[in-house]
Design a protein around this ligand. Structure first.
Ligand SMILES: O=C(CO)[C@H](O)[C@H](O)COP(=O)(O)O
Length: 150
């Protein structure tokens, strides 16, 4: 599976560790930056590029990392067709995929240990959408709203 990653300075070290861990697990990983540590960099550009790349591919997923993951998730959600969820626990990792069919997870590097964050990312990536009709119906309502605003 292809996985797209992005992080600002706050998630820079975690992204590097996550990239290694995912490659070791056999994922096909694309890094959308940041490519150098800059404490003044801004998350929107990296996260939007990452989410656009996810949207362009069938079955690709993305992880956007910052200090909290909040802004990163917000940025990814600006991309039409993308459902990005803040993943901060095992339960939210599972629900993001099973209930929301989220294609992108926002993770806060300042909220977890490196090992904990990597475990959450892997859980998100390995969990399938439930395909339950009630969840699909709600996703379809979101898509209909988005399309009505074109
Ligand atoms: O989590 C984030 C956005 O939601 C950012 O990573 C965070 O706001 C960066 O903070 P600072 O510039 O103070 O290091």
């Amino acid at each position: 599976m292809r996985v797209h990653l992005a992080a600002d300075h706050a998630g820079f070290e975690l992204k590097a560790e996550l990239l290694k861990a995912l490659v070791d697990d056999g994922y096909d990983v694309t890094d959308h930056g940041a490519f150098a540590y800059d404490p003044e960099d801004d998350y929107p550009g990296f996260c939007i590029e990452c989410a656009e790349a996810v949207r362009e591919e069938t079955d690709a997923l993305g992880i956007v990392i910052g200090g909290s993951g909040n802004g990163e998730q917000i940025a990814a959600n600006k991309v039409e067709g993308i459902r990005a969820a803040l993943v901060h626990s095992e339960e939210t990792a599972l629900a993001a995929r099973e209930h929301n069919d989220a294609q992108v997870a926002g993770i806060g590097a300042r909220m977890h240990t490196t090992e904990g964050a990597i475990a959450l990312a892997k859980l998100f990536l390995s969990t399938p959408f439930s395909q339950a009709p009630r969840h699909q119906r709600r996703i379809d309502e979101l898509t209909a709203y988005e399309e009505s605003k074109r």
